[in-house]
Ligand binder design. Structure first.
Ligand code: ADP
Length: 305
């Protein structure tokens, strides 16, 4: 504080010169670093230099889940397409580096080009600009990422893709709460996160960890989505709660975060995804598509997209 005394004095002097100021007293305070959880900074890894805005991208929403297979990628693809259908300029970044499924779900293949050898031109389909690590590697080939390589690949995907002007970038995160999620949360200025979970207790527990992580890095939770909420038979329309029902609603209420939607488990959703066109594209008027379209509208209405 002593070293900064001249600064304090000068601040007082300069303010005093302003018209209308009769007396000034400057007081110094210090930011507490105690709030940053120490476990978020693994030793030996490149330290993120604080959140950055991606050029041209207005907002970034992360789609997260505590564990894999709960439908996070399905939600990401459908939300991206639904937002595009509702007039937003949308990008979709498949950051699920360990199991990138967006090329298949969005019906995109082939290596992305680059005009200058530096910036990557994203692929486009269903009104959405899309980039995935799955496009940079050969399909069916396992990729073993080492920490630093993974981080720089991710950073490239974030900062070196020519997204153009976007209203919103949807980021399909890998499941869990590891380094990738943290790097993204710290590197890119995320506006909010959506947590996808099935109603089962085990998935819920993992979802809670996810929420905890975002809280720690001060990223607002936009809400939770219960996926595979109710099974609807494609033959007779009979409804059955395969994984239980309402578990996410209860959890959301307990954690005081909004429940954005309960999405049914329906064959059409899976078939559409596997065909390379999400259900909001193939059957936009179906009830299943409707639940995604509703979330998109909520996001737009609340200023997140
Ligand atoms: P994650 O990204 O969480 O690993 P995916 O989105 O890849 O999960 O979904 C896993 C599988 O379940 C995929 O085959 C997908 O098509 C299917 N699936 C996801 N949600 C639904 C749903 N609501 N109805 C039917 N199938 C679904």
């Amino acid at each position: 504080a002593k070293q900064l005394e001249p600064v304090r004095l000068e601040a007082e002097a300069r303010v005093k010169e302003l018209a209308g100021v009769t007396s000034v007293s400057a007081v110094m305070t210090a930011h507490s670093t105690a709030a940053a959880p120490p476990d978020l900074k693994p030793a030996g890894r490149p330290q993120p230099s604080g959140p950055e805005k991606i050029p041209g991208v207005d907002r970034i929403i992360a789609i997260a889940s505590g564990k894999g297979g709960v439908g996070k990628s399905t939600v990401s693809a459908n939300l991206a397409c639904a937002l595009a259908a509702q007039g937003r300029r949308v990008g979709l970044l498949d950051a699920d580096v360990f199991g990138p499924s967006q090329p298949r779900m969005m019906g995109v293949s082939g290596r992305p080009g680059s005009a200058d050898g530096k910036r990557i031109v994203p692929k486009h389909n269903h009104g959405v600009s899309m980039m995935s690590m799955g496009l940079m590697t050969n399909e069916g080939q396992a990729v073993v990422w080492r920490g630093p390589m993974l981080m720089s690949a991710l950073q490239q995907m974030l900062m070196q893709v020519e997204w153009g002007a976007l209203d919103v970038l949807i980021v399909d995160l890998p499941p869990g709460t590891g380094d990738v999620q943290l790097t993204l949360a710290q590197k890119a200025r995320l506006d909010g996160a959506i947590i996808v979970s099935t109603p089962q207790d085990v998935a819920l527990l993992d979802a809670r960890k996810g929420i905890d992580m975002f809280n720690k890095v001060n990223i607002p939770i936009i809400g939770m989505i219960e996926n595979m909420s109710t099974h609807i038979c494609s033959n007779c329309g009979h409804e059955e709660h395969l994984f239980g029902h309402g578990g996410v609603a209860k959890e959301a209420a307990a954690l005081d975060v909004p429940l954005l939607a309960e999405i049914p488990l329906h064959l059409d959703i899976r078939v559409a995804s596997d065909s390379g066109a999400p259900i909001v594209v193939t059957k936009p008027d179906s009830a299943s598509a409707g639940s995604f379209e509703k979330i998109a509208k909520t996001l737009i209405d609340s200023g997140f997209a």
